[in-house]
Design a protein around this ligand. Structure first.
Ligand code: GZL
Length: 326
């Protein structure tokens, strides 16, 4: 009796094992199918963007995600074309950093109709229909502007009496970071009526344009300018060249405040030419791959995923520089 019992148990066990293995193989075979992600990138306009692209490509490789990557050279029509091409290729998921906030409803409606989930990274869209994207992973740009303003509010306490004239280099016209960083900064400096923005113009987030616009500011208001607020480090670095070519000392004659926290900004701070950079992390790749897989696995993800960031004044630049990853 006992032998028979043992036999039965063994038979049952081996059957269960085969069944389990079978599921296991079938399951793993299913799990092995790589996710195909279509990514439309703004362009290659800044150090920040270069680091952001590297983060996305490296993270895709690490995650075993098949990445279809398209660079839009900062043109919205190229991003729309790329998204339509991803839809035609039937990718599993689409992600993109929208160069400007508006004009996406139609193409995102086409992705929705094709049942392809869309993830926003880095920049937001102003679409009324929030169902057009699953989530937005990126910084709080208004808070970044506020942080820049708070640094200046504090610094103004030790500056000479009288008006403090500020010139502002805005990011790409219509982009979420440009709109929000301007708003956040203005909100904070309103607390001190001596702080006056006397000129504000886009430098399109590039060094070349930042230099060109700062040259124009210096021509019209040179000696009157006390502070430069640049929406990114690349424009600040371009403007620093213009300030030096005008025979003035950046970081001293004209205080320089910028955003991103790229290596070039730390080098400028260590050289005494830039006073503070507000961090805006481009390292969004790992989070994007994780969220893409969660979305495809049917998991619910938060509608807004905000990246944690700091502020780096020149005094800490040398100590922090070795830790910088971008
Ligand atoms: C911010 C990003 C901005 C950076 C710029 O998240 O969209 O675009 O601040 C970049 O350097 O060009």
């Amino acid at each position: 009796m006992e032998t028979a019992m043992k036999m039965t148990r063994r038979t049952v066990l081996s059957a269960a094992l085969c069944l389990g293995l079978g599921f296991g193989i079938a399951g793993s075979a299913y799990a092995e199918k790589p996710v195909v992600l279509g990514f439309s990138q703004v362009g290659a306009e800044s150090e920040w963007r270069t680091a952001n692209t590297a983060s996305i490509k490296d993270a895709a490789k690490q995650a075993g995600v098949t990445l279809k990557f398209a660079d839009a050279q900062q043109k919205q029509e190229n991003q729309v074309k790329a998204i339509r091409s991803f839809i035609a290729q039937k990718v599993d998921v689409i992600a993109f950093s929208p160069v400007v906030e508006s004009g996406w409803d139609t193409v995102l409606g086409e992705a929705k109709a094709a049942k392809i989930p869309v993830i926003l990274t880095d920049r937001a869209v102003d679409a009324k229909d929030k169902s057009l994207y699953v989530t937005f992973i990126g910084s709080d740009f208004v808070e970044e502007g506020r942080r820049a303003g708070r640094w200046l509010l504090e610094r103004a306490k030790t500056m000479p009496a009288g008006d403090i004239n500020i010139v502002e280099l805005q990011g790409t016209v219509g982009s979420a970071p440009a709109i929000d960083r301007k708003a956040g900064f203005a909100e904070i400096i309103a607390a001190n009526p001596k702080l006056k923005v006397i000129r504000s113009q886009t430098g399109d987030f590039t060094r070349a344009k930042g230099k060109e616009v700062m040259e124009a500011f210096l021509k019209t208001d040179g000696k009157k300018i006390n502070v430069l607020y640049a929406h990114n480090d690349d424009m600040a670095i371009g403007a620093i060249q213009a300030i030096e070519e005008a025979g003035l000392k950046p970081g001293k004659d004209i205080l320089v405040i910028s955003i991103d926290g790229v290596k070039g900004a730390f080098e400028a701070m260590m050289a005494g030419k830039l006073n503070v950079t507000v961090e805006c992390s481009p390292l969004l790749g790992p989070q994007l791959m994780k969220v893409a897989k969660q979305v495809l696995a049917g998991e619910t993800v938060p509608k807004r995923i905000t990246t944690e960031e700091s502020v780096f004044p020149a005094e800490v630049a040398a100590k922090e520089f070795p830790n910088r990853k971008y």
